[in-house]
Design a protein around this ligand. Sequence first.
Ligand SMILES: NC(=O)C1=CN([C@@H]2O[C@H](COP(=O)(O)OP(=O)(O)OC[C@H]3O[C@@H](n4cnc5c(N)ncnc54)[C@H](O)[C@@H]3O)[C@@H](O)[C@H]2O)C=CC1
Ligand SMILES: O=C(O)[C@@H]1CCC=N1
Length: 270
Amino acid sequence: MRMTFIGGGNMATALIAGLASENGPFEELRVADPSNDARERLAADYGVQTFADAAEAIDGVDVIVLAVKPQVMPLVFETLRGKVAPGTLVISVAAGIRAGAIVDALGVSAVVRAMPNTPALLGAGVTGLYASPGCSDEQRETARSLLAMAGATVSVDDEGLIDVVTAVSGSGPAYFFLLTEALRDAGQALGLDAETATTLATHTAHGAGVMALQGGADVSELRRRVTSPGGTTQAALETLGAGGFGELVAAAVDAATRRGRELSGGGDPA
Ligand SMILES: NC(=O)C1=CN([C@@H]2O[C@H](COP(=O)(O)OP(=O)(O)OC[C@H]3O[C@@H](n4cnc5c(N)ncnc54)[C@H](O)[C@@H]3O)[C@@H](O)[C@H]2O)C=CC1
Ligand SMILES: O=C(O)[C@@H]1CCC=N1
């Protein structure tokens, strides 16, 4: 199979890194990016073929991955319009760009929307997938196996849920980084030096993540096991609860979901 990435930034690099480290089904890997720096970096690090011109890069490929910012997508549609073979599988990682918009713009029937996250750079990502009705089972599996190189995958049948996936796991690493920053800063404010506070906060984030995946219990039970009655954790959790922590997280995820819907032009996906 031959595949072209349109856009060679963070997300494309994460997926290409996964592909380059495995003996995947893609015998030819190309990337189109107007940035010289991006092209040089990808060619040097992963040995991929690079192109400045997206239309040239898609000639004869089986799979196209759209990995540009949503705001750049109209320009990419313009560049590729009328040049994509109808049987091509198009995988888009862009937040808020509807499958139907891609079908209409590129004249293809098989579109998969994929929402990965940045831990994909380390093979520790999670991706939500939605396949348009025009995808064959084989094309769905091709998309899933590509994204599986960057971590876990889940599928949703309702395209509207991709905006929720984006809000929970696409943007999600930023929420955990914010909490880690706040924990570090709080430790420092109470007298720890910067290096010590950073070590404590980041290793705690890592350890909690590993336990959440491998701790043999759900996260609510894991939280209860840390919380001794009348102890220090309970004092902290009561303060977070009194400040509306759960409601604030729900409002944040709701705002991200609404932003994803705005980016896709509002309303429910067709
Ligand atoms: N960064 C993240 O955490 C996630 C990003 N995404 C999605 O991935 C997409 C890409 O995001 P990033 O990789 O973070 O952005 P990025 O800014 O790192 O990469 C975008 C790349 O597109 C290139 N580009 C600009 N105009 C182009 C054109 N006309 N043709 C080809 N390439 C062009 C840029 O030079 C850049 O290298 C976005 O749509 C975003 O919604 C999805 C999940 C998570
Ligand atoms: O912030 C964004 O719009 C993109 C989508 C998910 C993560 N980054």
